[in-house]
Design a protein around this ligand. Structure first.
Ligand SMILES: O=C[C@H](O)COP(=O)(O)O
Length: 226
């Protein structure tokens, strides 16, 4: 299972990569707009920061197939081979996915709110399907159940596609999909900080340090006695 950061702030991305086992970064137009910088410059900076091997997902901003395809090609040229192009899971989007997949461009089908949207995107050749877990919950449906149904559809039809679940608001939603074993999750910094936010852990580690410190002689560090 891959773990990605759903964010475009360079300082935050760097900090999260230093702390967590991260496989890449996902963005969308809203996330990029929050940073207030030219999106092209920001995407290039993210690619430089994470290096050529990590996954970078970035989204087209178009409703018509031809425009989606032109933007997708430009983004891949600009950001390199491990770039996934997020295409909306709409009628025009499915046609764009089909043609771009034939060109070898890796597609993440985004804006998925229903299992059948997932089915159509998988059939159109998307590498990843991105259901919006929390946004589905906010509509009064069950985001985790929708995501699991999509996983069942992938398995039942033998699609070479994986889930990239997005839009999380808490650790419980994350745990549920980690247990189910989907292909990838993308989380914002607030959700990352909740994954290991347990004062019991800090307390236990602090106690170990205090106990060990009693073995140190004057001027010694832990490195000297290990
Ligand atoms: O690209 C889609 C986002 O991951 C949705 O996340 P959000 O609901 O937290 O804005």
């Amino acid at each position: 299972m891959k773990l990605l950061i759903d964010h475009a702030n360079l300082t935050d991305i760097k900090g999260l990569i230093e702390l967590f086992p991260i496989d890449g970064v996902t963005t969308n137009p809203t996330i990029l707009a929050k940073e207030g910088e030219n999106p092209k410059e920001r995407l290039i900076s993210i690619r430089k920061l994470i290096g050529p091997d990590m996954d970078l997902h970035c989204q087209v901003v178009a409703t018509k197939k031809e425009e989606m395809m032109a933007q997708a090609r430009k983004l891949v040229d600009m950001l390199g081979k491990n770039t996934y192009i997020k295409i909306p899971s709409s009628g025009e989007g499915f046609k764009a996915m089909e043609e771009l997949a034939k060109e070898g461009i890796k597609i993440t089908a985004t804006g998925i709110y229903s299992p059948l949207q997932g089915f159509l995107a998988a059939k159109a050749g998307a590498k990843y399907l991105a259901p919006y877990v929390n946004r589905i919950d906010n509509l009064g449906y069950d985001g985790l159940a929708v995501t699991k149904k999509i996983q069942n559809i992938i398995e039942a039809n033998d699609f070479g596609t994986e889930i990239l679940a997005a839009s999380f608001k808490n650790s419980n939603q994350v745990l549920d999909l980690v247990e189910r074993g989907v292909g990838a999750l993308t989380l914002g910094p607030d959700v990352f900080s909740g994954l290991v936010n347990d004062r019991n852990v800090d307390f236990a580690i602090g106690n170990f340090e205090d106990d060990f410190r009693s073995l140190l002689e004057e001027g010694q560090t832990f490195l000297d006695i290990l």
